[in-house]
Design a protein around this ligand. Sequence first.
Ligand code: FES
Ligand SMILES: [Fe+2]
Length: 329
Amino acid sequence: MFQGFARVWTVATAQKLAHDRPLAVTVAGERIVFFRDREGRARALLDRCPHRGVALSLGTVRDGCIACPFHGWRFDGEGRACEVPYNPDAKRELLGATAIPCEERVGMLWIYTAPCEGGVAPEPFELPGLLGDTSLTHVVDELVWDTHWTRAMENMLDWPHLPFVHRTTIGAALARELKPGTRMDILTEPNARGVVSTSTLDGEARPGGLDWVQPNMMVLHISSEKRVFEQCVACVPIDDGHTRMVLTGSRGFLKSAVFNPLFRWSNRRIAAQDKAVVESSWPAEIPDGGAEVSVRTDRLPLLFRKYFHERLKPSSAEAPRRGLKVVRE
Ligand code: FES
Ligand SMILES: [Fe+2]
């Protein structure tokens, strides 16, 4: 399960979760169903009924439980079977669905990519960057790119593409300064959540910093002394050919929500420039070893490549055995 993306916290989606309807989202090839429990809290289960494998997301939500559309079994937010129609004597403790740890924060649904008893993750959830700062205005958006998530992620960690891909937007200043012989250096420092990076041009520090928050988030710091501004992008694997790009911007100026469409428009314009290039990368997934050549300024993507091939690519969460058993009574 979650092949190549197991046992990590990730945004799943920025789609809104209604109070009375389930929401189906695929992450790393696994279908997840979100719904709200009795307290209104977002909960997540594998979108697969333990009885006959039907998608629970086709069912209904009532009294904080989700009902399977096939035989009406109902499951709560921890996956417990609350009701098994026509079988009042069933051993319901053996008939549960599979709970996935879930958090709803800043308009996004986050999951831990492994089945966990009661939906409790073995690692604490932490919001990256300034997303937890309630004094700022946060704008959230999501897009789908036709690419493997590793290509999208490398693009996010790549400094030298800015004056080429973004010469009409965020790379305009770099494009003007780029001369034959200009040297860029990328400085990286590991921290508890990934790697922080800055750049220099001919030895002079450039403004801004770009952090990689493992496994799949980029945080771009473009604050000045006068204003706070930070952008995050999460590259969420859907399947081998599709990536959900969840874009967030956090700002301490123009804080009224009436400006949100403007910031959303700007983010989409920049993302469209990346998309046009990144979707052409082949092979779809970043290759291991020396199949592609690299240079000094690829330092940050190369750190990501190492992490992907050593930590994530071999990972797979164990499929729950519960629900595959024949229950004799
Ligand atoms: S398949 Fe879900 S209750 Fe039978
Ligand atoms: Fe870019």
